[in-house]
Write a protein that binds this ligand. Structure first.
Ligand SMILES: [Zn+2]
Length: 390
């Protein structure tokens, strides 16, 4: 749906006296004003996940007067949610999160239409559920749903407000394949399940999703209003301990399997299988691997190892463990820069892209090339916790 669809119908006053008073601080903002508030009222936003990120997003979208808010979640409120999922209350433990969140939103702003989708988002129902909404907020906490949501948004041409949090670190971006990169352009493949810690295992500071989820709501509102610079093509990284925001520029990947020039994914796939990495494991047996512990030992022994990072420039600048940088998509044309006989360890974020690089290099006659199992994530986990994860 284009931004033009937010144009409110002219004529009749769409706001009651109560609403005129309620939104008065918006009316005085030139960037919002009467027409902006009408756009908000005409808009619909789907929040996937009524959890840590979804909570603040839902609260602020309702307060701001977004006309229709969808909530997709199949879980019930648990006592362990209440430390950060502020849309729920203690007396609602055991109730469906959709019902709990809807009750809170109606209390905040009875003018808002709240739609509950108390079901698991799957490849079979995602397009149907997402289709009526203008903007999607990704408040998911697992990789299969995140890739599903990304692909569905790309296929439907909808903007997706991305956010994720772990421990004290969070990130946010806006993925809109019509105007910039998508989630897959940034992360073509999920990390291996054993290297994808979740908040239940690793913990999360309660206020952190409050900050990131508010940023997601902020960007959704800006997109509806058509004002400001949206986080398209930019990944915002937040460190709550250092109280520091950083930004990484993201580029659209012309080879992206879903939003690239020749997309391979034209319909929703099996995301559980995709993220369970059952498909990539088979190839990985064929290539030589090295663990982060072995690499560390060899580096400490000052062994003559060539390190090769095959991620993108921005990722390399954000965090690396040294060595040369040749992004995977440039490798074919730049193989001449490398010594075919040198012991070469190839790395990327999680070990997936580097596995492909190693397979290719082996075919090209590199005799002593190994894949760093688990990539930078494993290095940060097991060798150097000061390295930021992303
Ligand atoms: Zn893409």
């Amino acid at each position: 749906m284009s931004l033009a669809s937010f144009r409110p119908s002219p004529g009749a006053d769409v706001f009651s006296a109560e609403e005129l008073q309620r939104y008065s601080r918006h009316f005085v903002l030139p960037e919002v004003g009467r027409s902006g508030q009408e756009k908000l009222k005409a808009a619909s936003v789907l929040v996937v996940g009524a959890g840590g990120l979804g909570s603040p997003a839902l609260l602020y979208l309702a307060a701001a007067g977004v006309g229709t808010i969808g909530i997709a979640d199949m879980d019930s409120v648990d006592a362990s949610n209440l430390q950060r999922q502020v849309v729920h209350t203690s007396d609602r433990i055991g109730r469906p999160k959709t019902a709990s969140a809807a009750e809170t939103l109606r209390g905040i702003n009875p003018n808002v239409v709240v739609k509950s989708h108390n079901e698991r988002l799957t490849s079979d129902n995602a397009l149907e559920i997402l289709r009526p909404y203008d903007v999607v907020i990704d408040g998911t906490d697992n990789f299969p749903t995140r890739y599903l949501l990304n692909d569905a948004c790309v296929l439907l041409g909808k903007p997706c407000m991305y956010g994720s949090v772990l421990r004290f670190e969070g990130q946010a971006s806006v993925f809109d394949a019509r105007r910039g990169p998508c989630y897959r352009c940034l992360f073509p493949e999920p990390p291996p399940p054993e290297l994808a810690p979740n908040c239940a295992e690793a913990g999360v500071l309660g206020v952190l999703p409050g900050i990131i989820g508010s940023i997601q709501a902020n960007e959704a509102i800006k997109i509806i209003l058509g004002v400001g610079d949206v986080l398209i093509g930019r990944l915002l990284l937040f460190d709550a301990l250092r109280m520091e925001f950083r930004e990484v520029t993201l580029r659209k990947d012309p080879g992206c399997p879903v939003c690239g020039k020749q997309p391979m994914i034209t319909t929703l796939i099996d995301y559980e299988a995709f993220c369970g990495s059952t498909t990539t494991r088979k190839d990985e047996h064929m290539i030589k691997e090295i663990t982060v512990e072995e690499l560390k030992r060899k580096m400490d022994e000052k062994a003559n190892i060539v390190l090769l990072d095959v991620r993108q420039q921005e990722e390399h600048e954000y965090v690396n463990i040294g060595g040369a940088l040749i992004p995977l998509n440039e490798l074919q044309g730049r193989l001449g820069e490398l010594d075919k006989n040198a012991e070469t360890v190839v790395y990327c974020r999680s070990g997936s892209r580097s596995a492909r690089a190693v397979a290719f290099m082996q075919q090209q006659g590199f005799s002593n090339v190994e894949n760093l199992r688990g990539g930078i994530l494993a290095w940060a986990e097991k060798i150097d916790p000061s390295k930021p994860r992303y």
